[in-house]
Design a protein around this ligand. Structure first.
Ligand SMILES: Cc1cc2nc3c(=O)[nH]c(=O)nc-3n(C[C@H](O)[C@H](O)[C@H](O)COP(=O)(O)OP(=O)(O)OC[C@H]3O[C@@H](n4cnc5c(N)ncnc54)[C@H](O)[C@@H]3O)c2cc1C
Length: 515
């Protein structure tokens, strides 16, 4: 029976950083990372813009970064968490640099800091426009060197193991004893017992039709935590990225980084009207919620399918140097940025809420931690400031690590857990129902629970999703499980929570806008 001291679910920046830290500090402990796809597949891998870290200089300071984060969060950030993340980001940055992560520098040797919407100073460290890939690669290189870490790709976590599964249910409190894992190569469901479990399962952009998130971003960790009885908070705050490349049929949507606007690109309507100053005095550098709603407004008013980014006035050589990935992507679609406009639309990008944690990353369930995009630490409030999420993942992976190593040895591996029971289930004859229901859910969420919401649309969405839920639960109970079916169940759970939280909120804040 698989047993481990630390079970880490997810191999993005949050999970890998936590695992690495534990492995370094406790060389005799056993750490198991399970991840549902290839080991590098994650939101992390696709992060472009970079990581926001404010050093104290003539032009910037942590104080300014704190103020910008609080402003973006629109009064709902936890101030003490914002201060922790901004201040502790500085030593965490030094650590990843020590682990080999490279950030672009100027000829003077200083970091070539980028500017992004909502920031009052240039403070974004980046590796060209593939910062996430650089971090993911360097973290994985370090992980592979550790003898006490096993990383198991193509293993899908279905559910957390808690008292609910125990043969003898003893306490009122909920404890996490590990997770049931579906190994995709053997098609067997195994129970992984652990002293400590960390959920680092990332975001949930796949709830929507247009999203910058890869296919793995189905909110599994949040749905699992919810089923286990954990507190889930702030799920009405979904950040839509203003500028995903408009290329119908491409999923996930390719992101045109915020940094392109920071570099000087303009936003235009089809008639080539620069419109952002009609909405905010910061123009194209207003925070994401404002830019996304402005584009949505202009698109709805004109009936156009997209807006446009204008880079024609920019230095192409410099653009290519800073954004080689974006430049090449445009080129493959026949868009020459010197002469052509880049078509863009808003797309679901980042989940501000999630599994509620305290300042050490502990969830409301004992022995269960959460960090990264699946967690709600209180940093983002009603809106995430650009490039604060990689930073948050690093800082909270460290905090979870510090807390978990203090207590792990006092927790015993629980032995009275039954094997997964598949009795009476059969393999579904066809999978079309799963694919169709996933698409239907995405359409309902995009049309009724998008950038601009109303209670009547939310109630309609709730009713439609209830039907999908009933069908899916029926299928779940009689089927041999597949990741696709589990993901559908999880996406429906998240959709429901997002709707419930949106109905409850009566004040427009940050990215949340209800008419
Ligand atoms: C296109 C794009 C650009 C971005 N740009 C930036 C940026 O410039 N700066 C910034 O700060 N942020 C950016 N973000 C956001 C940032 O990348 C993410 O918030 C961050 O990487 C999340 O890290 P994570 O470790 O929490 O989750 P992820 O990196 O998403 O990792 C989640 C992991 O969990 C695994 N997993 C999920 N469910 C299961 C399951 N059931 N069983 C097993 N494994 C599972 C996944 O396979 C994956 O390995 C961007 C996001 C996107 C999509």
């Amino acid at each position: 029976m698989p047993q481990t001291d630390f079970l880490v679910i997810g191999s993005g920046i949050a999970g890998l950083t936590f695992a690495l830290k534990v492995a370094n500090r406790l060389p005799n402990s056993k750490i198991t990372i399970i991840t549902k796809a290839d080991e590098s597949e994650s939101n992390t891998k696709y992060a472009q813009g970079g990581i926001a870290v404010a050093q104290k200089t003539r032009f910037d300071s942590p104080k300014h970064h704190i103020a910008d984060t609080l402003k973006a969060g629109d009064g709902l950030c936890k101030k003490e968490i914002v201060e922790i993340v901004v201040k502790e980001g500085i030593p965490r940055l030094k650590e990843i640099i020590k682990w080999g992560a490279r950030f672009d520098k100027k000829s003077s040797g200083q970091f070539d800091l980028g500017m992004e919407g909502g920031h009052s100073a240039k403070r974004i460290l980046h590796h060209k426009d593939i910062t996430g890939l650089e971090l993911e690669r360097k973290l994985l290189q370090q992980i592979h060197r550790k003898k006490n870490i096993s990383i198991l790709p193509y293993c899908y976590a279905i559910d957390l193991i808690t008292e609910h599964h125990k043969k003898q249910k003893s306490s009122e409190e909920i404890n996490c004893f590990g997770a049931y894992i579906l190994n995709k190569s053997t098609n067997k469901i195994e129970k992984y017992l652990a002293r400590i479990t960390l959920l680092a399962t990332g975001g949930a952009g796949q709830v929507y039709r247009n999203t910058t998130n890869p296919l793995i971003a189905t909110g599994d960790g949040i749905a699992m935590a919810c089923r286990a009885g954990a507190i889930i908070s702030n799920m009405e705050f979904i950040q839509f990225h203003p500028s995903a490349l408009y290329n119908p049929g491409e999923s996930p949507s390719f992101l045109i980084s915020e940094a392109v606007r920071g570099f000087g690109a303009y936003l235009l309507t089809k008639e080539k009207r620069r419109f952002m100053f009609d909405f905010d005095k910061r123009g194209e550098l207003a925070s994401r919620d404002i830019v996304a709603r402005a584009i949505d407004y202009e698109m709805k008013k004109s009936g156009d399918e997209c807006a446009y980014l204008d880079c024609r006035h920019l230095d192409v050589k410099e653009f290519k140097k800073h954004f080689p990935n974006i430049y090449n992507k445009c080129k493959t679609l026949g868009i020459n940025i010197k002469n052509d406009l880049i078509p863009v639309v808003p797309a679901a990008h980042y989940l501000c809420g999630g599994i509620k944690t305290n300042s050490q990353g502990k969830t409301s369930i004992n022995r269960l931690y959460a960090c990264g995009e699946c967690a709600d630490t209180g940093l983002h409030g009603a809106n995430r400031l650009a490039s604060n999420s990689l930073l948050e993942a690093l800082v909270f992976a460290h905090r979870c690590f510090l807390d978990a190593i203090k207590s792990y040895s006092k927790f015993k591996l629980e032995t009275k857990i039954p094997e997964w029971n598949q009795k009476g289930t059969t393999r579904p004859k066809e999978n079309i129902l799963i694919t169709h229901s996933r698409t239907e859910l995405q359409i309902i969420m995009s049309d009724y629970v998008g950038l601009v919401r109303s209670n009547s649309r939310l109630r309609l969405a709730k009713k439609r999703i209830k039907m999908l839920e009933e069908e899916t639960i029926h299928l779940y109970k009689r089927s041999i499980l597949s990741p696709q079916l589990c993901e559908l169940r999880n996406l429906i759970t998240l959709g429901k929570i997002m709707i419930e939280h949106s109905i409850k909120r009566n004040e427009n804040k940050g990215v949340f806008y209800k008419i």
